[in-house]
Design a protein. Structure first.
Length: 214
């Protein structure tokens, strides 16, 4: 495959969706063919799965049911969106991918002894396929949650299922993301997401250019 797959990861309120959009515009300005997707919800079927996952009672699914829904969505997104676009030499930007599942379901929930079941499901869904680059937008947990709830108020957003869990979940989530980044420095680029929108965008572009020109 000659395209490039770049993912944006981070906890609630980290601004990854906005920054992905801004980064897409930067890449297009450089003459690249770019498509964007998200997990869950990058396809029409995925949108239905997303509604089940991110709206409603935080305890409506057990951990395994929730995980299987995420991997079902991932398989659909891979086969319908990501892999076909890469074959056409496009750059694919995804708002979340498998690191989110590990961060939320393993580190955040703290209810799995290890990642074996996730590793097995990922192998079934994606094989050896991985992102070329992963931007991790790291932010103080309380600052991120404040941003997220403020956005929900202005947009009548119903997607607050994960925001409504205990603060300790979000602390574990953040620490888990940072551990994932530490274990795969060849793929991850950690971004301080606590600044202004413009500051974060500039840091993403600067670190991206450093990485591809290294």
């Amino acid at each position: 495959m000659s395209g490039k797959f770049i993912t944006f990861e981070g906890g609630e309120g980290s601004g990854k969706s906005l920054q992905l959009s801004r980064f897409a515009e930067y890449l297009k300005s450089k003459g690249h063919a770019v498509i964007t997707t998200r997990e869950p919800g990058g396809t029409e079927t995925g949108k239905e799965i997303r509604r089940l996952l991110v709206e409603g009672d935080k305890d409506k699914f057990d951990e395994l049911t929730e995980m299987l829904l995420f991997y079902a969505d991932r398989r659909i997104d891979l086969t319908k969106v990501i892999l076909p676009a890469l074959k056409e030499n496009k750059i694919v930007l995804s708002d979340r991918f498998n690191d989110s599942t590990i961060a939320y379901q393993y580190y955040g929930s703290n209810k799995f002894a290890d990642t074996k079941i996730m590793d097995t499901l990922y192998q079934m869904v994606a094989g050896d396929f991985k992102p070329d680059i992963t931007f991790l937008l790291d932010i103080d947990v309380r600052q991120g949650l404040e941003r997220s709830f403020k956005k929900a108020e202005t947009m009548a957003n119903k997607e607050l299922r994960f925001e409504n869990v205990d603060i300790s979940f979000h602390e574990r989530l953040r620490n888990g993301y940072l551990e994932l980044a530490q274990n795969a420095p060849e793929r991850f680029i950690v971004i301080n997401a606590g600044g202004t929108i413009e500051e974060v965008t500039a840091e993403i572009i600067r670190k991206y250019e450093e990485r591809i020109n290294a």
